[in-house]
Design a protein around this ligand. Structure first.
Ligand SMILES: Cc1cc2nc3c(=O)[nH]c(=O)nc-3n(C[C@H](O)[C@H](O)[C@H](O)COP(=O)(O)OP(=O)(O)OC[C@H]3O[C@@H](n4cnc5c(N)ncnc54)[C@H](O)[C@@H]3O)c2cc1C
Length: 317
């Protein structure tokens, strides 16, 4: 087991973690950023970003994330590929253990672990996952070119997934449990205008069927009865589940598991901050994630410096 010490440990390298890394390193507190999958976070599950300010023609999602990483590295942020497993308070700050068998002693911790899509609520989910049930249109759309597919979900991600799929699939049926799609109106209009897209509201997935791969999606209709869609794939873009397990029992979370923290990102535990999608908020986007990350880093930097000053001012030092 290796032991490392850092002033600020950032857990998660999506937009919130990347912005926190930039702001922390520019305040001359060299942060370490742990990332368990890929630097860039959830943004990497989409292709193109059209609503991040500063890019009038849009920008490829991986490029935007790579630029954020390079910017943070330029000022000294260190990125480590590892997964944080536990987080505990200590007398001097926090202790974080990782899957890579490293123990970090950190003066302050910023949690930017984001949120993950909810799985399709049918009992056949694990049987057909990777055999027609997919959580990423950008990754898997090409496999279903010219074929009919369904998208399940009623938020912005469902609309974006459907727009990607409609480019190549013969028909895209968007199944959403609510009466209307909870997404940017401009995108919903774009979707409605496509000839190969059908929106089915007030419907919930009941079962997936097929010989070794997805062939049908059975729906339960809120108005009563069932409907069966003949589809080759079901793309799931439902609500999200926050990835805040590390904080369980430590800080307040809401009924869905999002960390209850104000705009200051302070969790109630001095030195511990929650930024980005993992925090309870009304808009989960790159622009709000980076704003949170910047605020958290500024707070963490001040916290660490103040604490160090207090320690060096005590008479025995
Ligand atoms: C399909 C899709 C399209 C989208 N399109 C847009 C768009 O066009 N514009 C826009 O503004 N937003 C878009 N979003 C939303 C945007 O991706 C999120 O709001 C944003 O990524 C949130 O950033 P974050 O840093 O809070 O979390 P995330 O991006 O989720 O990053 C969290 C990171 O933490 C890591 N992590 C989690 N737990 C641990 C652990 N224990 N140890 C180490 N690492 C850990 C994860 O691997 C992940 O990389 C889209 C989302 C989806 C799903």
């Amino acid at each position: 087991m290796t032991e490392r010490t850092t002033d600020i440990l950032i857990i998660g390298a999506g937009p919130a973690g990347l912005a926190a890394a930039l702001y922390a390193s520019r305040s001359l507190v060299k942060p370490i950023v742990l990332e368990r999958v890929s630097v860039g976070g959830l943004v990497l599950s989409t292709e193109w970003i059209d609503n991040y300010p500063g890019f009038p023609d849009g920008i490829a999602a991986p490029e935007l994330m790579e630029r954020m990483r390079q910017q943070a590295e330029r000022f000294g942020a260190e990125f480590v590929s590892d997964e944080a497993l536990t987080l505990d308070r200590t007398e001097t700050g926090f202790r974080v253990t990782t899957a890579g068998d490293v123990v970090y002693q950190a003066g302050s911790v910023i949690i930017t672990t984001g949120a993950m899509p909810r799985v399709l609520p049918v009992k056949e989910e694990s049987k057909y996952r990777g055999r027609g049930i997919s959580y990423c249109a950008t990754c898997d759309a090409a496999f279903f070119k010219g074929k009919p597919v369904a998208v399940v979900g009623d938020g912005g991600s469902a609309v974006e997934e459907a727009l990607v799929l409609a480019r190549g699939c013969s028909k895209v049926t968007v199944v959403h449990p609510l009466d209307s799609l909870q997404a940017e109106p401009i995108l919903v209009e774009q979707l409605r205008s496509l000839p190969n897209v059908e929106l089915v509201s007030g419907a919930a997935p009941a079962a997936v069927e097929g010989e070794g791969k997805v062939e049908r999606l059975r729906l339960r209709l809120a108005a009563g009865g069932e409907r069966t869609l003949e589809v080759s794939a079901v793309f799931v873009a439902m609500e999200f589940v926050p990835t805040g397990d590390l904080l369980k029992g430590l800080v307040e979370v809401d009924a869905q598991g999002y960390v209850v923290a104000p705009e200051s990102t302070e969790t109630g535990i001095p030195g511990l901050y929650a930024a980005g999608d993992v925090r309870r908020k009304s808009l989960r986007q790159i622009v709000t994630a980076v704003a949170d990350g910047a605020v958290a880093a500024q707070k963490a930097g001040t916290y660490v410096r103040t604490r160090k000053r207090k320690v060096s001012d005590t008479p025995e030092n």
